[in-house]
Design a protein around this ligand. Structure first.
Ligand SMILES: CC(C)(COP(=O)(O)OP(=O)(O)OC[C@H]1O[C@@H](n2cnc3c(N)ncnc32)[C@H](O)[C@@H]1OP(=O)(O)O)[C@@H](O)C(=O)NCCC(=O)NCCS
Length: 187
């Protein structure tokens, strides 16, 4: 079970549950083709984002494997909602999880995704007691791969054309980190 104390603060960011008034900011992110490029979904208009947001508002705690936490990431300097991060508890038996992240392109390249995703690793290892956390991505998504590398994750698999997404066969790459590896990086 995971019920973090919100908000969670990092050096520059605040991570908090989504709220109803996040619709404009989330729409700004999810409507962009460059954001959706390597994701499973197509760009969404405001009305398509509304049920996504409604769903996310409820996803700030985890009771059982199979559930996901999704948090809004706010840059404290401006108060802008710049992206989101998530943690999926895959299996209780294997103590495994998965992280993910999506940020607005106006804020790319400043280390924000890495800073926020590291909190997801901490919640997974310290909060849920996970043994192993993975990140999965389209093999062409170099920025995502770089984030996972900066988090200390290991490139473990490159599946060739194992998924058919948006009308084409795509490669899937998997990164992973173990609890002891994460703890040794964080003293
Ligand atoms: C992936 C994503 C979250 C990264 O966010 P970000 O805040 O820019 O991430 P960071 O700044 O922490 O790190 C990005 C790293 O990727 C690098 N990078 C960015 N674009 C790159 C590219 N095309 N090729 C190689 N490296 C690239 C950056 O230089 C940086 O590395 P560095 O710190 O060594 O210079 C962001 O690009 C995004 O939201 N993309 C769209 C959604 C998405 O694909 N999410 C991931 C799904 S698996």
């Amino acid at each position: 079970m995971l019920r973090p104390d919100y908000p969670i603060q990092t050096d520059r960011l605040t991570l908090r549950p989504f709220r109803a008034d996040d619709l404009d900011a989330l729409s700004d992110i999810q409507s962009r083709p460059d954001v959706a490029r390597f994701l499973y979904w197509e760009p969404r208009d405001r009305e398509q984002v509304r049920p996504v947001l409604d769903d996310r508002i409820r996803r700030s705690t985890i009771d059982n494997a199979g559930q996901t936490i999704v948090l809004a990431v706010v840059w404290r300097e401006t108060g802008a909602l710049i992206g989101d991060v998530n943690l999926y508890w895959i299996s209780e038996l294997h103590r495994s999880g998965e992280i993910g992240f999506v940020f607005h392109p106006d804020y790319h390249g400043r280390g924000f995704a890495t800073e926020a995703a590291d909190v997801m690793l901490r919640l997974g290892f310290e909060g849920l007691g996970l043994h192993r956390i993975i990140g999965r991505l389209d093999g062409r998504n170099r920025a995502s791969a770089r984030v996972l590398e900066k988090l200390g994750m290991r490139r473990e698999a490159h599946f060739v054309e194992n998924e058919y997404i948006k009308g084409e066969w795509t490669d899937e790459v998997v990164y992973a980190i173990l609890d002891r590896e994460w703890r040794s990086r964080h003293g």
